[in-house]
Design a protein around this ligand. Structure first.
Ligand code: F6P
Length: 373
């Protein structure tokens, strides 16, 4: 029977993290009488043994609070910056786990956290993970918590941009987060009525985007909203990326690998700057005044939506039940109304991208939205 459990939040913060911490903690304490501690700042806190007790006081009043009361970081157990070095601190982390006589550790995070947690499973730790990220790109779960809030914020931003784009007869390009997947831009684009939606899964052709905008203009619509995912890329960048990735996987020598990686990094820089370039190109091609809005971290902040609170809470409470049942090495996935354990090896290394035949893609096309292809 489990008695002591630890919780940590890792990776980028996300609305709903506190709801999930509260769900795990309350169920663990109320149903099973477990004692719960939370490690601060992700895996770094576990390495440095920085923690706080999670009890009815600390878990109270946090349901609606954004961010994470535990703090977070992107530090990885096996690649931890320590002083001027980057070291493998896995053994120190394992030691802290045992020092606290933990029966289980719950790791809340996105794809990177699932991978790091799996590394600790291989070291013999009892781990349960929860899928958190605004990007919705974790494999094997219907959805991640944080996504609905970010979707709502991005949609509201698009709503607001409509009136100013309309008044000035402008093109407004709005960049939405999502890392290398298009769930957020596609969802918010559809919900907010964007005229063009560009996502990483569908490389775009800038001339085709301009054509779609001019077509609207000729039809009397003198403004356009372009929702673009931060990871979206034009056809040229996409072709360069594919070629560089092939070179990287074919590389045999250290020198070839380094060259391929340097090339990939340069492409990444180009990709990051591409929303500004797209805006300039659209202005030049359409002769319509254009502006860019980058939503950025605004999408990760503030109060989680009811849907995210509900999802995070039910996945959190399910984690406590799994610990009690001795089910470890799993992520608690959302499957319809159910919360189901999925072995971490089925989650790790598999990013969930938008399938080209996904119903949202078809919906956008049915509406006459240009996807830039
Ligand atoms: O993974 C969540 C996310 O917000 C991505 O959408 C974005 O690409 C990234 O994190 C930004 O990371 P950081 O907060 O480290 O700048």
């Amino acid at each position: 029977m489990a008695k002591y459990i630890g919780v940590l939040t890792a990776g980028g913060d996300s609305p709903g993290l506190n709801a999930a911490i509260r769900g795990v903690g309350k169920a663990a304490m109320n149903v099973y009488g477990m004692e719960v501690i939370g490690f601060r700042d992700g895996f770094r806190g576990l390495m440095e043994n920085r923690f706080m007790r999670l009890d009815s006081n600390t878990l109270s009043g946090i349901l609606t609070v954004g961010g994470t009361i535990l703090g977070t970081s992107r530090d990885k157990p096996h690649k931890m910056p320590v002083g001027s070095k980057t070291l493998d601190m896995t053994d120190v982390i394992v030691e802290t786990y045992h020092k606290h006589h933990l029966d289980a550790l719950v790791c809340l995070g996105g794809g990177g956290t699932q991978k790091n947690a799996y590394g600790l499973v291989k070291k013999g730790l009892n781990i349960v993970t929860l899928p958190k990220t605004i990007d919705n790109d974790v494999a094997m779960t219907d959805v991640t918590f944080g996504f609905d809030t970010a979707l709502t914020i991005a949609t509201e931003a698009i709503d607001r941009l409509h009136s100013t784009a309309h008044s000035h007869h402008r093109i407004i390009v709005v960049e939405v987060m999502g890392h290398n997947t298009g769930w957020l831009a596609l969802g918010a684009g559809i919900a907010g009525g964007a005229d063009v939606i560009l996502i990483p899964e569908i490389p775009y052709n800038v001339e085709k985007v301009a054509e779609a905008i001019l077509h609207r203009y000729k039809g009397g619509k003198h403004f356009s909203i372009v929702a673009v995912s931060e990871g979206a890329m034009n056809e040229e960048i996409a072709a360069k990326l594919r070629a560089a990735q092939q070179r990287e996987s074919a590389a045999e020598t250290k020198k070839q690998k380094q060259a391929a990686r340097a090339e990939l990094e340069a492409i990444e820089i180009e990709r990051k700057a591409s929303t500004a370039l797209l805006t300039q190109q659209l202005e030049a091609l359409t002769r319509l005044e254009s502006r860019v809005t980058i939503l950025g971290h605004v999408q990760r902040g503030g109060v989680p939506t009811a849907a995210d609170r509900l999802l995070a809470t039910r996945l959190g409470t399910a984690a406590a039940h799994l610990i009690q049942d001795g089910v470890f090495g799993v992520m608690v996935a959302a499957r319809g109304d159910r919360a189901e354990p999925v072995p971490l090896e089925q989650v790790v290394g598999r990013r969930k991208v938008v399938p080209l035949d996904h119903p949202w893609v078809q919906t956008a096309r049915d509406l006459g939205v240009s996807l830039g292809d």
